[in-house]
Design a protein around this ligand. Structure first.
Ligand code: GSH
Length: 198
């Protein structure tokens, strides 16, 4: 399998963490590219022009990051990171959506800050940054963060916080996020997180 990836993409990091957690990296060739500069390579695989994208040995392409994580999770490697069914599955996917939504808002905010000042929208910046603040406060209240096992939701949370620390450290930490901060202090030393550092 070939994983089209960029070293700074929080979405690609999530996929790489899943592959590491499941012991699947030996089956994956990492193809590092820049989605903006290397669109000629990326678009034939993912018409949306985004990383990550996974190309199977059959030539079939899989995207986006959640679908790739699901694909890797159902290969042989252990442990399972997304529960197969029931309440646990939807709790994990919802918590993943929360972490992913924080990442989406952070990425939007970063891209907006790179535009010429006169073209930037204070309205959207405020909306994205409010979503990040509320999202972090919501993560802080999640009982999952008090458990030891890792799953896709925790991986996505680590990637969201890692991206904020990397690109928007001023948005970390809002008030009332002490549980999340304590969790983050430990999560940062997870091997799969360390190995995928941007
Ligand atoms: N929902 C997608 C988001 C992927 C994404 O936005 N990747 C960024 C890099 S961090 C990208 O490739 N951006 C290029 C573009 O939007 O044109 C996923 O989860 O994989």
């Amino acid at each position: 399998m070939r994983l089209l990836s960029s070293p700074t993409s929080p979405y690609a990091r999530k996929v790489r963490m899943v592959a590491l957690e499941k012991g699947l990296m030996e089956r994956i060739t990492l193809v590092t590219l820049n989605p903006l500069d290397d669109i000629a390579v990326l678009a034939p695989v993912n018409p949306l022009g985004k990383v990550p994208a996974l190309v199977l040995d059959s030539g079939e392409a899989i995207y986006d990051s959640l679908v790739i994580c699901e694909y890797l999770d159902q290969l042989d490697g252990r442990p399972a990171l997304i529960p197969a069914k029931g309440d646990a599955r939807f709790q994990t996917l919802t918590l993943h959506a929360l972490a992913q939504g924080i990442t989406d808002a952070a990425l939007n905010s970063v891209m907006e800050r790179r535009r010429p000042a006169e073209q930037q929208s204070p309205f959207w910046q405020e909306r994205w940054q409010s979503a990040i603040r509320r999202g972090l406060e919501s993560l802080d209240g999640q009982p999952r963060l008090r458990t030891d096992e890792w799953d896709l939701a925790k991986i996505a949370t680590a990637c969201a916080l890692g991206y904020l620390e990397f690109r928007l450290p001023d948005l970390l930490w809002p008030e009332r996020t002490s549980v999340l901060q304590a969790w983050w202090d430990k999560a940062k030393s997870r091997q799969s997180f360390v190995e995928t550092s941007p």
